[in-house]
Design a binder for this molecule. Structure first.
Ligand SMILES: Nc1ncnc2c1ncn2[C@@H]1O[C@H](COP(=O)(O)OP(=O)(O)OP(=O)(O)O)[C@@H](O)[C@H]1O
Ligand SMILES: [Mg+2]
Length: 635
């Protein structure tokens, strides 16, 4: 059976050789592969299949020798057909020995592998092509593509990633992928991957989400991350696709802002129209009630009824006034104003409204540009902001009012609808309160929007603020952080130079001096020394006193005194306020300037002649400026 099987095998040439290499048998496969009939080839030497150069080099003999010595020889090499054509052959030669070791000859198997090799070459070529195609695709796609292994080590990093993250592939391949993440992702990532491999619970894989990316320079950007998993023979590899969504986020924010400002515009027109009509109706009601009261004077019943009705009508009028303010339709009486001075004046009232457990701090930059505002309305704005701050600090805290010169540039105004670039005086009102939740933040300026319980808030405070700022050509922005506090920033347009009567003076380098006589009253000796020196250096003649009694000696003497600079809180029977009052009573032309570190102390009491105050601690320039302004006050 064996020989007949051999005879019919087609794919293999099977032949027997004698110990010297002479051909003993030939099969059908040998005939097909090599082209000889059995009759032509049996009896010839097997070296006739080798190319002449191999024969010359003794290759056939050497192969037989190896097979004889080791029992087996295998090679791949070129062989020659009967027609002289060559083919690539896989050749196995096996020694055929008797049990006693005598060499009987060899069995030889030859297979034509030309086609298989060619096919392999094709596969290899197409693999190379595919690989370069993939590389091109990876580098061409606009999205970042990163592959990492199961431990988070970066395996590849495409071109888009280079421009997204600022790293070159060399810098990141082999590194842990968490270098591309800011905190808290950075620390969480390793834990996340290992937890996923253990539990299979995915947070991002196959889902995608928005996270932050970190560039080489440390800056961060929002990115959309999709992660795919590719199990590679038990090893997981992950492919991350990254898209920078900064622009999309910005566009969304701008769209929201635009929508919000359009809504405010529409609501403004509606409430403006309504409030206007209601105002007229209320004016009629109030007028008639007043007349009724006169006609029925002395009738107690009528009097009570009319009083209640009037009270409600006046409350209604107050509401409509605030609605008109929101709608930017209240009559304004703008005048040139020094915002520091306006704020100084309103703080006096605030200290009382805010109560004892809220401290007021002021940081007023001297020489802020002049502005043109309706003073009373602006005071109402600050009062509204302060009241809101108080409500946000039920357990006490700090209210900080800050002024400075500022500029809104094109970049800012491009991102905010209806804001004009230019110079502004910036008033910042900050509190250390509860903060405002982000979903609430968008709506706080809407009329009647309030989070306060029924009867506590009307929701018109910030609407008034908003309307006033717009009507005054200004702008308002708000920044808030939960549990940290809230900052409202008011931008009031700088008064154009044409209208700024004293502009030149306030633009001078802030070191004005003088030769007048100043009486400095301060109980703290070292502070007094500093003040005296700073004023003397500026050219003033300075008298000094540690308390009100000592100061009165100078006041009662005949020496000229132009300015009384006094601390408010001092030991003794008279405090600074009292001293100022008494001194001005004796010397009507005397100017006064109060200083204090305690806002409450500064403003309690009434009837002080000094509208001016300088809050401690102050710097030299601030002192000199305040002194000069007080001396120049025409009153
Ligand atoms: N400083 C702040 N801290 C926290 N939340 C604030 C602050 N200012 C305003 N808010 C929020 O904005 C909402 C609207 O404020 P707005 O002043 O317009 O109305 P109100 O204070 O509720 O009522 P009204 O001022 O008419 O008495 C408030 O209810 C509050 O939720
Ligand atoms: Mg309010």
């Amino acid at each position: 059976m064996w020989p007949s099987l051999i005879a019919v095998v087609h794919e293999y040439a099977l032949l027997l050789l004698d110990p010297d290499g002479w051909i003993l048998s030939w099969n059908r496969g040998a005939e097909l592969i090599k082209g000889y009939e059995a009759a032509e080839i049996v009896g010839r030497h097997f070296s006739c299949f080798y190319p002449p150069e191999d024969i010359a080099a003794g290759v056939p003999e050497r192969e037989l020798e190896i097979a004889a010595a080791t029992g087996h020889f295998e090679t791949i090499g070129e062989r020659v057909r009967k027609d002289g054509s060559r083919f690539l052959a896989n050749v196995v030669i096996a020694a055929n020995r008797a049990p006693d070791g005598t060499l009987h000859g060899f069995g030889k198997i030859t297979r034509d592998i030309t086609e298989r090799t060619a096919a392999e070459a094709v596969v290899k070529a197409s693999e190379t092509r595919l690989r370069s195609l993939i590389a091109t695709v990876l580098d061409t796609v606009v999205d970042g593509l990163i592959t990492i292994d199961r431990t988070g080590i970066i395996q590849s990093f495409n071109k888009a990633c280079v421009s997204l993250f600022g790293y070159t592939p060399d810098e990141v391949v082999g590194q842990n992928v968490h270098i591309l993440m800011p905190e808290p992702y950075h620390s969480e990532h390793d834990h996340y991957v290992s937890a996923y491999l253990k539990t299979g619970v995915a947070k991002i894989i196959g889902i995608g989400r928005e996270v932050m990316g970190r560039r080489k320079d440390g800056s961060t950007f929002p990115m959309e991350l999709a992660v795919g998993e590719s199990p590679q023979g038990g090893n997981h590899a992950f492919v991350g696709i990254v898209r920078n969504v900064t622009e999309r986020r910005e566009a969304e924010v701008q769209r929201d802002q635009l929508r919000q400002s359009q809504k405010m515009e529409a609501v403004g027109q509606l409430t403006g129209g309504l409030a206007h009509d209601f105002n007229n109706l209320l004016a009629i009601i109030i007028g008639n009630l007043d007349m009724l009261r006169e006609i029925r004077a002395g009738d107690q019943m009528t009097d009570e009824l009319v009083r209640d009705a009037l009270e409600s009508a006046l409350r209604g009028a107050d509401l409509t006034r605030r609605l008109l303010a929101f709608a930017r339709r209240q009559p304004l009486q703008p005048e040139r104003a020094d915002i520091n001075e306006v704020i100084g004046a309103i703080v006096r009232l605030l200290a009382r409204t805010l109560g004892e457990n809220i401290t007021i701090e002021m940081s007023l930059t001297p020489n802020v540009w002049p502005v043109q505002i309706d003073r009373a309305q602006f005071e109402a704005v600050i009062a509204n902001l302060a009241t809101n701050a108080r409500d946000a600090m039920p357990h006490g805290g700090a209210l900080l009012i800050d002024t400075r010169n500022g500029r809104l540039d094109e970049a800012y105004t491009a991102a905010h609808t209806d804001v004009t670039p230019g110079d502004y005086v910036v008033v910042e009102v900050s509190d250390s309160g509860t903060g405002i939740a982000s979903e609430v933040l968008l709506r706080i300026f809407e009329p009647f929007f309030t989070t306060k319980e029924q009867g506590k808030g009307t929701g018109l405070g910030l609407s008034m603020v908003f309307g006033f700022m717009k009507q005054s050509g200004g702008h308002i922005s708000v920044y808030s952080e939960a549990d940290k506090g809230t900052t409202f920033r008011l931008y009031l347009p700088r008064l154009p130079a044409l209208f700024a009567a004293h502009e030149e003076r306030s633009e001078q380098p802030a070191s004005p001096g003088g030769s007048e006589t100043i009486l400095v009253v301060e109980d703290n000796a070292s502070l007094r020394r500093i003040v005296v020196r700073q004023l003397s250096e500026a050219g003033y003649r300075v008298l000094e006193a540690p308390d009100a009694d000592a100061a009165m000696h100078f006041v009662d003497a005949s020496e000229p005194i132009h300015l009384l600079l006094t601390d408010v809180v001092m030991p003794g029977a008279m405090d600074g306020r009292d001293l100022a009052r008494v001194a001005v009573a004796r010397r009507p032309s005397l100017r006064t300037l109060l200083t204090s570190g305690f806002p409450d102390a500064r403003w309690s009491g009434s009837g002080t002649h000094s509208r001016r105050l300088l809050s401690k601690p102050y710097r030299k320039e601030e002192l000199r400026r305040a002194v000069r302004d007080a001396l120049d006050d025409p009153r």
